[in-house]
Every structure is written in C-alpha cells, then in structure tokens.
Design a protein around this ligand. Sequence first.
Ligand code: FE2
Length: 264
Amino acid sequence: MADEPNGGVTRKSLLKAAAIAVPVPLLLGAVARAQAASLEPTPLCDDGDDDTPPQIEGPYFKPSSPQRTSLLDPGMPGTRLTVSGYVFGTGCQPLTGVLLDFWQADNSGAYDMSGYKLRGHQYTGAGGAFTLTTVVPGLYPGRTRHIHVKAQAPNRPVLTTQLYFPGEPRNSTDSLYDARLLMNVRSGSGGREASFDFVLDVPAGPGTPPTSRPPAPGGTWAPNTAYPAGAQVTYGGVTYRCLQGHTSMAGWEPPNVPALWQRV
Ligand SMILES: [Fe+2]
C-alpha cells in the first residue's frame, strides 16, 4: 500500500481506519506494532499519497462568501461541529495561505440562496492548519450528509470537493459519495469534532522542502509518554485533556488527534 511505505501503519491510514469505526485501543495497538517495526516518526502526510479527489460543485455555491472561521449565528439550530486539519502539497509540505471556502445545508437540509448563512471562507495559517466551526448539515433529498468546499493554494487551480461523515446510512446509496473524502468524526462534549487533511496538487519547490509534520510548538506534551485519561497537557499555548489513555507519539500531537485530546 502507498500508505505504508515502511510496512507499518501511518497516521493517515490510521485516521482512515478510524473513519470506518475501528476502536481507538486497536489503533493504538497498531501504532505500538508500527513503532516496534520502525523507529521513524510517523509522518503526518504520506509521500506519494493521492491528491484530495474533486467532486462536483452542485447547484448551491455562491461566490463572495464572508471571511470567517465560524459559520454559527446566534440561535442557529443544530448540532455543533468543528472541522479541523491541515492542507498539504504533494510533497507533504504544509501550505500556508490556502483559500478554503465552505458552504453547506442548514440543520433542516436547506441552503441559504438569498444570503450567506452557513457560507464562509478562510485561509490556512502557518503550518497549513485550519479550523471551521459550524453545525452538522441536515439531509436533503438524494444526498447523504456532506459539506462542500473549494480549496485554492496561491496561484494554483481551485479544487472543488465535498467532505463526508462516517456511519451515515445514505453513504451507501449516494452515487457521489467517496470514502476518500470521509472525515474522522467523534462526539465531543459540545457536539461533534471532525478532522480532515487536504492534499493539493502543489509540488514542493526548492524553497519549500518536504516535511513530515508542521513545526512543533512548545508545551508540556511530549512523544513516547504514557498519558492516562484525564491527564492535561499544553501544546502550542492551548491546554488539552486526554480522553483515552495511550502512549503518545510524533504525528499524534493533541491538535491532530481529536479522538484522544480535547481542548479545555
Ligand atoms: Fe450539497
């Protein structure tokens, strides 16, 4: 498999596995086995991995959305949802300044075609990171649950695609559904927390050498440490609480693995 260059299990393949509901303890067991087989850090992005596949735009896109990372309006009904992740180039280099334009149906499955409710764009920050705060989109006839997005690195073509939720009954009947576009989703205290990493067709240039992961900000979190459930660490100036006991490893930093760490 392209995802397993060393015969082990990479973070990305683990996240894909998590998306099809493999229990976290089993994943951690796989990590331990992978570590035993190789001492190389688990990469955050896989060299040679496929680009994020495109999908049709659909009939509900509107240009000129407002720039914002939260699509929530006061009193907006629905289950709160955060989507976070990174945007990489094909050389696994994190891409800063990538335009991400999201649009989605509301809790009842309706798109706002007169205004900009549940529409917004943002730019990836240093390290290629993004976070979107919104609600879980409702269902509408003919489609499974999804979020639309356009992604464009500076001076590069626009990728139009859609993100999907695991475990949705309609995933098996929606002809547009693509498992490569599944987010990793877990239930959090205030709603759901999803993660997804984009890979855009941007080759690594001479000034942007490939990197296995974004720069590590300071904090008390450390790899190769046994953290019990409930333990608190800091990472990048943010405090996180451990949700499930595990031994940490490079590539599984708290902001990368919402299944294991929750912001407090
Ligand atoms: Fe749609």
